[in-house]
Design a protein around this ligand. Structure first.
Ligand code: F0G
Length: 457
């Protein structure tokens, strides 16, 4: 008999979770104005809101926490983190920040001016927010295939090099840098191939533009390169990471994802001018340059987390769980962004709730339905998240409208995934009875999804 696949870890500490009744959930959701960010976490049974800072640390990470050096300047913890980043990425200069968006804030304060354009592949919302709040523009050059959720191609996060080159040919003087998000979260946790990274770097070179990686899930990207791209099967994850980063001049990092910690981030680069400028902004916004808003113990945990998560077994365990949930949804015929990505399943809400008009936010409606069904909290990555166009103030209905089920690292078992799949199947089975969605009754001018208030129609 073939020995089945199992996790590359065992559980040493547990946290109880509680079920609620449907009547309770209806009350909680009403109080939350149909916005899952407004729910109390204790009212959630299985929390797939995000994989950001929600994972379990290893015993090695916890023991490293005890050795944290809390010196204000020059702590050993900073150097442990810096040396690990140097080793994995090849970037020499490192600045800690309290999380990923803080790294964006620091670096973009130095690089982006009003009226600039920043081309890339489906900028994440904080990235877009940090571009647009500086009165600059995020230009999406993702491949068109990413819009078709049912199309199965291995690297759906790729940059469309033709779109990028055309944009640069016409607007090069207003482009401070090109940004590539690995993996491409907004398009469905989809990876970017090594070939694509190499091609973008070559184009950037021709136009004398630096390339920045938004690297939140760079290790998952390396895993997909190893298993999906020709020529990388025999390379280690660390070797693949090293090559990937040779196609970038710098990175911003949310350590809450692939560094497997609950809080943290950093900037790393080989451009000395970026580093010198960002140092000043780090001190203003984050803290001194060897802690940048982090405790010494946090930096120790990041160092170990990065090391562990650039090993194949750890990544394989994680992504096999995403695959497990994907296969369940296949069994039930529930449409999601194919193939499954690195950190989440993105259910195609437009296809599930096809009777709900897009003006009534199908993905938000599905998100609320799933919570009411079984206390599972997913997250809308769709028309609410897309915000309004900064110029016309119209809702942006051009992209995908998805319900994201993000899986925290090393946190839930496949039994929890069975519950998620069954609850979603129940909603799917009664999809034809849901014909109305939601209307917005209050929203913030930017990044509205965190605080938006909605009413059921
Ligand atoms: N870039 C990407 C690709 C992200 O997914 C995130 C965060 C950030 C940057 C910002 O990092 O949260 O540390 O400030 N994504 C989380 C998510 C919030 O749920 O996908 P942060």
């Amino acid at each position: 008999m073939e020995i089945p696949f199992a996790e590359s870890w065992k559980i040493k500490m547990v946290e109880p979770i509680k079920k609620t009744t449907r009547a309770e959930r209806e009350m909680y959701m009403k109080e939350a104005h149909n916005n899952i960010f407004q729910l109390r976490a204790e009212h959630v049974y299985i929390d797939l809101l995000t994989d950001s800072g929600t994972g379990a640390m290893s015993d090695r990470q916890w023991s490293a926490m005890m050795l944290g050096d809390e010196s204000y300047a020059g702590a050993t913890s900073f150097f442990k983190m810096k040396e690990m980043i140097n080793k994995i990425t090849g970037f020499e200069y490192v600045l800690p920040t309290h999380q990923g968006r803080a790294a964006e804030n620091v670096l973009f304060s130095c690089l982006i001016r009003e009226g600039d354009f920043v081309p890339g592949n489906s900028h994440f919302d904080t990235t877009k927010g940090h571009i647009e709040s500086r009165k600059a523009f995020a230009v999406d050059c993702t491949i068109d295939e990413a819009q078709n959720t049912q199309l199965e191609i291995p690297f759906k996060g790729n940059v469309d090099c033709k779109k990028l080159e055309k944009f640069l040919a016409e607007n090069s003087e207003r482009v401070p840098f090109i940004i590539i998000t690995i993996t491409n979260n907004t398009a469905g946790g989809q990876p970017v191939s090594m070939k694509n990274l190499r091609e973008v770097k070559a184009i950037a070179k021709r136009y004398h533009k630096p390339v920045l990686f938004d690297s939140a899930r760079f290790a998952e990207n390396s895993y997909f390169i190893k298993i999906r791209e020709e020529g990388y099967q025999d390379k280690s994850i660390k070797e693949i990471c090293k090559e990937m980063f040779t196609y970038a001049d710098g990175m911003t990092m949310s350590a809450k994802k692939d560094a497997q910690v609950n809080m943290g981030g950093f900037i790393a680069t080989n451009i000395q001018d970026w580093y010198e400028a960002a140092k000043v902004k780090t001190i203003i916004y984050e803290g001194y340059i060897t802690y940048g808003g982090l405790n010494g113990r946090d930096m120790n945990a990041i160092a170990v987390g990065l090391d562990e998560n650039t090993e194949f077994e750890n990544l394989e365990t994680r992504i096999k769980q995403v695959e497990y949930l994907a296969k369940k949804l296949d069994e039930y015929g529930i449409p999601y962004q194919r193939p499954y990505g690195g950190h989440a399943i993105f259910v195609d809400a437009g296809k599930v709730l096809s009777k709900v008009p897009k003006e009534e936010f199908p993905a938000q409606t599905l998100t609320v339905e799933l919570y009411l069904e079984a206390g599972i909290r997913g997250c809308e990555i769709g028309y609410i998240l897309a915000d309004r166009d900064p110029v016309t103030r119209e809702n942006r209905f051009g992209g995908l409208d998805l319900l994201r089920l993000a899986i925290p690292r090393r946190t839930y078992t496949n039994n929890h995934m069975d519950v998620v799949a069954a609850a979603l199947k129940n909603v799917y089975d009664r999809r034809d009875t849901i014909s109305r969605g939601m209307k917005i009754v209050w929203e913030a001018p930017i990044m509205r999804h965190f605080t938006v208030k909605l009413e059921r129609l």
